[in-house]
Design a protein around this ligand. Structure first.
Ligand code: GLN
Length: 314
């Protein structure tokens, strides 16, 4: 049933957005213009990018939900910052694209790809349902859902979740897991932090949220809350990836190529250290030390990625 709905939705998206589905869309002026940009485009971009590939644009509109620290949050100036934002800017630099970040609700990201936004990066887990709507890059991070409880709570196993009031962020994998719990009442919030606040207020019994944001929110209330690792509850490991329009093979190839290069040249580890591990470089991967040091000092700053299109010269 869900699959059927997804298929129908995909059809609707194709109909309203021919370009996203590789159909013979009316040759919009945008794609004519795009063709000339592509000619001057980056070397990472495969030459055979279809006329309607996102790669033909010189600015990628990137959707995120800046309420999921440390992957995305509102930075000091109010604009989205975090690991994912730094990563997509570094990807943009590699493939010669400017990056424009758009903050939106997590639940509307997938449906906005191909119309309001070109791609999404939001600590988004690869799922079969989402794969009916979008294509994913290679995974870049592993996570598992955590169960946040008030200290001293009786909840410690999957069985204990039955019949409970569970707070989740709307449309997330935590939401899907909670919805499968027998007899549970699921309270959906647009932001994970709002669910956590209702846990503090006693309005929900626990909150199911991805590892890193769960730890971050709990650390702000370390006296009252604790985050239980989801593997103890039988939750599966999840993989985060960048979501892209379905069928844009050239874009997927370029983004995967960029991710691979960023891992090889140490930039990726430097970003993990800076944003996720608070300065600690992952131990097993210190080989590319020089590259990481360089990447860390460059910090793939906003200015750098804004200029990415013009300075791309690899
Ligand atoms: N990883 C979860 C999901 O993809 C939550 C992501 C988020 O809230 N930003 O559903």
């Amino acid at each position: 049933m869900k699959k059927l709905l997804a298929a129908v939705l995909t059809g609707v998206m194709c109909a309203s957005l021919l370009t996203a589905c590789g159909g013979s869309a009316p040759a919009a002026s945008a794609s004519t213009e795009a063709a000339s940009v592509a000619a001057a485009g980056s070397e990472s971009a495969p030459a055979e990018a279809a006329a309607d590939s996102v790669l033909n644009k010189d600015t990628l509109i990137v959707g995120t939900n800046a309420a999921f620290p440390p992957f995305e949050y509102a930075g000091a100036d109010g604009t989205p910052d975090g690991f994912d934002i730094a990563l997509i800017k570094a990807v943009g630099e590699k493939i010669g694209k400017n990056i424009e970040v758009k903050d939106m609700e997590f639940d509307s990201l997938v449906a906005s790809i191909g119309n309001k936004i070109d791609v999404a990066i939001a600590g988004m887990t690869v799922t079969d349902e989402r794969k009916n709507m979008v294509d994913f890059s290679d995974p870049y991070y592993e996570a598992v859902q955590n169960v946040i409880v008030v200290k001293g709570s009786e909840i410690s196993t999957a069985d204990d979740l039955k019949g409970k009031n569970i707070g989740v962020q709307l449309g997330t994998t935590g939401d899907f897991i909670a919805s499968d719990v027998e007899g549970a009442q699921v309270s959906q919030y647009n932001k994970g932090v709002d669910a956590v606040n209702d846990l503090l207020n006693g309005r929900v019994d626990c909150v199911i949220l991805d590892t890193n944001p769960a730890k971050e929110f709990v650390s702000q209330h370390a006296d009252e809350l604790t985050a239980l690792e989801g593997d103890g509850f039988g939750f599966e490991t999840e993989n985060y990836a960048i979501a892209m329009p379905k069928g844009d093979a050239a874009l997927v190839e370029a983004v995967n190529g960029a991710l691979k290069e960023l891992k090889e040249d140490g930039t990726f580890d430097a970003l993990v250290a800076e944003y996720i591990n608070n300065g600690e470089v992952p131990e097993a991967e210190e080989a590319s030390e020089e590259a990481s040091t360089e990447a860390a000092s460059e910090e793939s700053s906003e200015a750098a990625s804004t200029e990415a299109a013009s300075t791309e010269a690899e």
